[in-house]
Design a protein around this ligand. Sequence first.
Ligand SMILES: Cc1cc2nc3c(=O)[nH]c(=O)nc-3n(C[C@H](O)[C@H](O)[C@H](O)COP(=O)(O)OP(=O)(O)OC[C@H]3O[C@@H](n4cnc5c(N)ncnc54)[C@H](O)[C@@H]3O)c2cc1C
Length: 249
Amino acid sequence: MKETINIIGAGPAGLVAAIVLRKHGFPVKVFEMSSDVGHRLNGDFQGLENWSSERDITELLKDIGIEINFLCVPYYGGTVYAPEMKPAEIKSDRPIFYLVKRGAMPGTLDMGLKEQALSLGVEILFNRRLDAFDGKAIVGTGPKGGDAIAVGITFNTAMEDKSVLVFDDDIAPKGYAYLLVNQGCGTMVTVLYREYRRGNECFEDMKRFFKDNMALDIKNEKKFGSYGNFFIRDTQAHNKKLYIGESAG
Ligand SMILES: Cc1cc2nc3c(=O)[nH]c(=O)nc-3n(C[C@H](O)[C@H](O)[C@H](O)COP(=O)(O)OP(=O)(O)OC[C@H]3O[C@@H](n4cnc5c(N)ncnc54)[C@H](O)[C@@H]3O)c2cc1C
């Protein structure tokens, strides 16, 4: 019998590790402090990046045994705005990114990975916060504090599918803002790397910007805020812990 692997955090990093290890025959226990997966996210769209590897990300995922049982839509281009520049249309023969949905609802990356893990016999212990663990563990607990904050909305819309990226220090100081639309649902977010107290003001500036630049249609908007880390640890392993996902940098 192989040794049981303990994983802290049932985010995408922890769940993917659990699925892969289970497929290699290890018993796996995942400790998750929330009552379900995806609690940090809000039904918003994110992009699985597909521009930094030769192979398609969905093929890479399949290679390590991850099924695409969640919303995963290829986007082949989009519009980029930068200050004092005309909007640039980006187009590519291969998907630039795959749009995924995040959160604790059907169709999300989080729910899809949870289903795969459970069906393989991974034991997920919800409402189990572990701040100290004596022994070997894989740690996938996500960001610690925030190097960047995000203020955004999810909404319904009659707009066509699109992806728009904006670089502008008034709208997103040292960061970026984006608009993603898929099949009548949208996400609009500003990500600030500086001047965090201006979050709500930047959000209003972003909305104004999109209104000025396109026929914006927003219904049933739901506002959310979040945060993330953009640091690299010196090492991903110390004190019998292996750090993965955003907790690894
Ligand atoms: C608004 C926003 C937009 C983003 N857009 C993109 C994007 O387009 N593309 C992209 O690649 N990334 C994006 N990201 C980043 C992406 O969401 C994260 O990198 C990713 O979710 C990290 O996954 P993870 O598994 O490492 O951590 P998380 O998803 O944070 O999961 C960590 C899990 O660990 C649990 N946990 C934490 N501490 C403990 C503890 N002590 N004990 C037990 N459980 C614990 C948490 O409850 C959580 O479920 C975005 C982030 C935000 C906030």
